[in-house]
Design a protein around this ligand. Structure first.
Ligand code: TYD
Length: 153
């Protein structure tokens, strides 16, 4: 079982898509292990996007991420990191496949609705960045036996 970090970005919050996107993750069978609204500051964005701070688009990216609160989600499931990343789609919404979140809701490379951790290692780091340990809940899904076959989880 893995847990991964998703941020519902201001493009999601402002377009009133929070429920719709959370619903897609729930329908897939991912368990919501943590969920909270946060206003991000420069410090956490510089850390979160450390690989991009020298890119020309970083100032507009950081500004766009602060135009409203975001919703941080911790999602659990077997191979949850890869499953959620695949559901997210390519960075640029115009290039993302239909059926993915970005491919269904985004027309932009920056206003692209969601962030999702890109590896198991980064998921652990990012969960720690956005959640305190006691804000992530490890409970058994009531439909667990109907989500996975014997030996899968
Ligand atoms: P990145 O980590 O490359 O992509 P992803 O979100 O798919 O893991 O980029 C992080 C965010 O930076 C991306 O979601 C939106 C923003 N961004 C831009 O604004 N312009 C760009 O050209 C790129 C590559 C990213």
């Amino acid at each position: 079982m893995e847990t991964t970090l998703v941020l519902l970005k201001p493009s999601c919050v402002q377009r009133q898509l929070i429920g719709e996107i959370v619903h897609r993750f729930e329908r897939r069978g991912l368990r919501i292990a943590g969920m909270k609204m946060m206003q991000l500051d420069d410090a956490i964005l510089r850390e979160h996007y450390a690989h991009l701070v020298d890119r020309p688009f970083f100032p507009t990216l950081a500004a766009s991420m602060q135009t409203s609160p975001v919703v941080a989600l911790a999602l659990s499931g077997v191979e949850a990191v890869g499953v959620v990343r695949a559901m997210t789609g390519f960075t640029n919404g115009r290039k993302a496949d239909p059926g993915t979140i970005r491919g269904d809701y985004a027309m932009s490379n920056q206003q692209n609705i969601v962030h999702a951790s890109d590896s198991v290692e980064n998921a652990a780091i990012e969960l720690n960045r956005f959640f305190r340990p006691e804000e992530i809940f490890d409970y058994k899904s009531g439909v667990f036996d109907f989500l996975y076959g014997v030996g899968e989880a």
